[in-house]
Design a protein around this ligand. Structure first.
Ligand code: CP
Ligand code: NVA
Length: 305
């Protein structure tokens, strides 16, 4: 049982995860005890890139499900001291699950393939960020009830966040429009995957014009112009992405009640202005909160097999 990608879920599993997350969220708010499927179990957190939200929420999620967290030094665990496969084979003997943030998705796949008994969760790779997409979908369902017949505009790099959002939201019936500069589009194989999994009219549409991207959208989502690991490209990306800044002028082309979304961390003044991220329509901290609830649901589902 693993969750390396939204594609590891079908529509039923995705819906079940979001329902369970809503249950955990309301139980936590009411301080009502819930099940502890990780009781007596250990979960390893292995992060090769910085993290505030993902690391904190997995630490809390594991503890609230009754488990314990270990955090091996990643420079030792994934840093070339031994093969990534051997790291996984060691961890498999001690821990129940591993939550891994790394670079190439292939690295994560290699780790998971080496330890078939280990539950492995993708905590972000260069290509995908499926836990973020779970939180994004829960946030939208809380506001809209359903994603069907809704248009979500993602403005910027066709990156890991865009990929997982496109897969999850179209699986729930949304229209996802992604406006990216030429050369930074959503990869073709992701668009093809969406065509296979989309339900109830869900679809992905790729455009280059940011205004066409946000026009009449129900939500406008953006992410950093330079992702972790791409720092060498940061300078060159600024001029390419500047026309894609989500500011009040661009935002005005979306529906008047359109939500603003961002996975965070935000680079204020680059991909989004303060007036947009701090507006009443911004749900960025709801997204951040929901990371906890969806990851509790995900870990519980993995524990139940
Ligand atoms: N959104 C997100 O994954 O945040 P972190 O990088 O802080 O974990
Ligand atoms: N696209 C960003 C997301 C951070 C949560 C990155 O990979 O750095």
């Amino acid at each position: 049982m693993r969750f390396l990608s939204i594609l590891d879920f079908d529509h039923e599993a995705l819906s079940a995860c979001l329902d369970l997350a809503a249950h955990y969220k309301s139980a936590r708010a009411a301080r009502v005890p819930h099940d502890r499927p990780l009781d007596g179990r250990h979960v390893a957190l292995l992060f090769e890139k910085p993290s505030l939200r993902t690391r904190s929420t997995f630490q809390i999620a594991v503890r609230e499900l009754g488990g314990n967290v270990i955090e091996p030094q990643t420079d030792v665990a994934l840093g070339g001291r031994e093969s990534i496969a051997d790291v996984a084979r060691n961890l498999e003997r001690w821990v129940y699950a591993a939550v891994v943030r790394t670079y190439a998705q292939d690295r994560l796949a290699e780790f998971a393939a080496a330890a078939q008994r280990l539950r492995v969760v993708n905590a972000l790779t260069n290509e995908e960020h499926p836990c973020q997409a779970l939180a994004d979908c829960l946030t939208l369902i809380e506001t809209w009830g359903s994603l069907r017949n809704r248009t979500i505009a993602f403005v910027g790099d066709g990156n890991n966040v865009a990929t997982s959002l496109a897969q999850a939201a179209t699986m729930l019936g949304a229209h996802v429009r992604i406006a990216s500069p030429i050369g930074f589009e959503l990869p073709d194989h992701v668009a093809e995957s969406v065509a296979r999994i989309a339900k109830s009219g869900g679809a992905v549409e790729l455009v280059t014009d940011p205004v066409a991207g946000v026009r009449d959208a129900d939500a406008v989502y953006t992410d950093v112009w330079t992702s972790m690991g791409q720092e060498d490209e940061a300078h060159g990306r600024v001029s390419v992405f500047l026309p894609y800044q989500v500011n009040a002028a661009l935002r005005s082309h979306a529906r008047p009640d359109a939500l603003f979304m961002h996975c965070l961390p935000a680079h204020r003044g680059d991909e989004v202005t303060d007036e947009v991220i701090d507006s009443a329509a911004s749900v960025v901290f709801d997204q951040a909160e929901n990371r906890l609830h969806v990851q509790k649901a995900l870990l519980a589902m993995l524990a139940r097999g």
